[in-house]
Design a binder for this molecule. Sequence first.
Ligand code: CU
Length: 83
Amino acid sequence: MTLTIKDFAFRPNTLSAPGGQQSTVTITNQDSVTHSFTLNDGGVSRDVPPGQTVQVTVPFPASGTAGFHCRFHATMTGTLRAA
Ligand SMILES: [Cu+2]
């Protein structure tokens, strides 16, 4: 699945996958500053330089939801949802 960072926001800001699955998320940063994809539980944190694309293996929660954010910008948040 793909995730775009643009104008200091994750688009989309909710990602869904089967519960407990590890999914590869391709993240492109279209802004001119470095952002990060960081799980709230700290299990994954990957910086994404401006204009770059990275791939991250993301463990989805067994059930319910889990949060992620950008470690540089507290207003940037998103949700992982067990489908
Ligand atoms: Cu950011």
